[in-house]
Ligand binder design. Structure first.
Ligand SMILES: Cc1cc2nc3c(=O)[nH]c(=O)nc-3n(C[C@H](O)[C@H](O)[C@H](O)COP(=O)(O)OP(=O)(O)OC[C@H]3O[C@@H](n4cnc5c(N)ncnc54)[C@H](O)[C@@H]3O)c2cc1C
Length: 195
């Protein structure tokens, strides 16, 4: 989207780290950022700084609460028996769903502490506690993903998405506004006819 926007003649690109929103009398008037200029004013500010948004808190929205972590792996070059379905294993703590041709995402929910990815605890946990539950046709790809060490850890948040009409002048987009559980995204893909 950034590349596409940059290609348009009507778009002037300035890049920098936004430090705060410029707010006057409860109305968002623009942003302050670290770069060549310090403030940019605009009739509308679009806030889209991702799920770790530091700017969301400046707008009058319900607070984000953390509910543990989610560990993700990408399985490549494999095919499940029922490619159109989401697998839920270990009392729904583990979800496996297709994300492309021969590619599956494994997501593991952790309500508490996550094993360390740097000292080998995570790999040991995945091989001993999760691997035995993986469907046989995905087992090899799962072990390969663990060996490659491509394990991503992300916090799980509850972030209610409500219109931010109490702070005019800004809208939130993307993960800064709301993050859905991946299983619901997968369902929407199937409703659109993805196979
Ligand atoms: C493990 C995992 C698997 C996923 N799989 C899928 C999938 O299969 N399909 C799917 O549709 N989605 C998937 N998602 C979700 C998807 O990645 C996000 O929904 C999407 O990236 C959100 O886009 P965004 O632009 O809102 O935020 P981001 O992609 O997080 O982008 C935010 C941007 O804002 C920048 N930024 C942050 N703070 C500032 C600041 N102060 N000033 C300036 N810039 C700033 C960041 O550098 C970043 O470039 C997955 C997510 C995870 C964690």
């Amino acid at each position: 989207m950034r590349k596409k926007a940059m290609s348009l003649p009507s778009v002037e690109l300035k890049q920098g780290m936004v430090t705060s929103l410029e707010i006057e009398s409860g109305v968002v008037k623009g942003i302050n950022y670290k770069g060549d200029e310090r403030t940019i004013l605009a009739p509308l500010t679009i806030v889209c700084d991702g799920s770790f948004s530091g700017l969301r808190g400046l707008i009058n929205l319900p607070k984000v609460t953390k509910h543990g972590h989610c560990v993700g792996l990408l399985l490549k070059n494999c095919q499940a028996m029922d490619p159109g379905y989401v697998y839920a294993l270990l009392d729904q703590r583990v979800g496996i769903y297709p994300i492309g041709m021969g590619e599956y995402r494994v997501l593991i929910g952790f309500p508490g502490k996550v094993p360390s990815t740097s000292n080998g605890d995570m790999a040991h946990f995945l091989k001993t506690s999760i691997a035995p539950e993986i469907p046989p046709e995905l087992y090899g790809a799962f072990m390969a993903a663990v060996e490659e060490g491509q394990v991503k850890v992300a916090p799980m948040h509850s972030m209610p998405a409500v219109p931010c009409s109490s702070t005019p002048g800004a809208i939130l987009l993307g993960d800064a506004l709301n993050v859905r559980h991946p299983a619901s995204g997968n369902r929407r893909r199937h409703e659109r006819g993805y196979e």
